[in-house]
Design a protein around this ligand. Sequence first.
Ligand SMILES: [Fe+2]
Length: 204
Amino acid sequence: MNQMDVKAARQAAVAATVARVREIEARMGVTRAALEAIKAELMQLAAQEHLFPSTEFPPPPNGEKGSNRYLLREEEGGRFALYLNALNPGNSTKPHDHTTWAVVVAVDGQELNKVYERLDDGSDPERCELRVREEIMVEPGRGIALMPEDIHSIHTTGEKPTRHLHMYGLALEKLEGRRAYDDLTGQVSYYNKNFMKPTAGRDR
Ligand SMILES: [Fe+2]
């Protein structure tokens, strides 16, 4: 397949997957069961590695930190936003929430996700106490689904760059009131959504 054929095949596969995801959310709402069904759809998409070649979706050059985040598709109003994130090994984020549902699956590479539970009652807007509840290695064949209030952190601990599909109920640059949590100091801080625009353009 040449590059234009790959692009057309990718856009058709992405559109068909997103249509099924919309149908699942419409039928089941935002529940853990719905997110498991959405994850299954995205795993089928991610398994078609030839649609997401590393030549088209490289990580930052020279092993640099940070991610290249490519917007594959979003629906009107920024709903059902699907990105491909490419990261080099050695990256990690602080624990954070999303305020919308999120599903992450892998085309290639490994990303350790730590999912946290809050031990405090949430009454102090600036303080938290977190404990790791679960660790999930997102890699080909294994993904993760997060409810809007779930808190996770990611750590690219593998040997090669990641190409992971991230789908959110609402585009990242539209999310209000996201918070980051410092699991060591207990500090809670707010995200600046202006930093959340895609870094590497749209697949259009
Ligand atoms: Fe996240």
